[in-house]
Design a protein around this ligand. Structure first.
Ligand SMILES: [Zn+2]
Length: 210
């Protein structure tokens, strides 16, 4: 346990900090919103501590937790949404990074519908297993819930039926996406946020509910 801090790969710490700066510059993590993490090993990951500003992150703002969500550093509290990260790390051994944003576009869209349908975008090819723009994906919207154990169960149940393959939204709240590397997770967030912004600009609500 005492070596856990030193096992936080500095390159991964840097890439997480850079993701925070980028997302803040885009207006996707206002104030202390959002949370980011990367896997340390099979049973542990590093996650942003509760209440830190994501545009001004330092290595001190990360702490280790286990995949059950238990803090591995005394006296520190991890993000309130740690259990949502746990669900992804437990379910997908290949996932090494999880990112969560609170952008205006994801907030607006998630308040308008239960599934965001995206089709015809070249950027869909950023997402796993997609090689053409000529496809439609659905990003599910889950009702917000301050009971994170219950919410992570809802996410897990959706994934059991093949849903939320590329990410998911929480209503009035934000977006979760993940990847095998921090760069892959960041690219997915960037691609989804771009398409959400396009949908908001194009009046998604009117097309969905004529
Ligand atoms: Zn959040």
């Amino acid at each position: 346990m005492k070596n856990l801090k030193t096992r936080m790969d500095p390159a991964r710490v840097r890439s997480l900090i850079e993701a925070g700066r980028l997302f803040h510059s885009r207006g996707w993590v206002p104030a202390t919103a959002g949370n980011f993490s990367f896997r340390v090993d099979r049973r542990r990951f590093a996650i942003t501590v509760s209440g830190c500003h994501k545009g001004e992150l330092g290595a001190r703002d990360l702490m280790p937790v286990d995949v059950q969500g238990r803090a591995l550093e005394r006296g520190r509290k991890s993000s309130a949404e740690t259990l949502l990260h746990c669900q992804l790390y437990r379910r997908f051994p290949q996932v090494n990074a999880v990112l969560h944003t609170h952008s205006p576009a994801s907030t607006i869209l998630s308040r308008r519908c239960d599934n965001v349908r995206l089709c015809g975008y070249e950027l869909l090819k950023i997402l796993e297993g997609i090689a053409t723009h000529d496809v439609e994906i659905q990003v599910p919207v889950f009702d917000n819930d301050q009971d994170l154990a219950r919410l992570s169960g809802v996410v897990d149940a959706c994934m059991n039926t093949g849903g939320a393959r590329h990410g998911y939204l929480i209503r009035g709240h934000g977006l979760y996406a993940w990847g095998r590397t921090m760069a892959e997770a960041r690219h997915r967030i960037e691609a989804l946020e771009f398409m959400f912004e396009c949908e908001v600009s194009a009046g998604y609500e009117r097309r969905e509910h004529p």
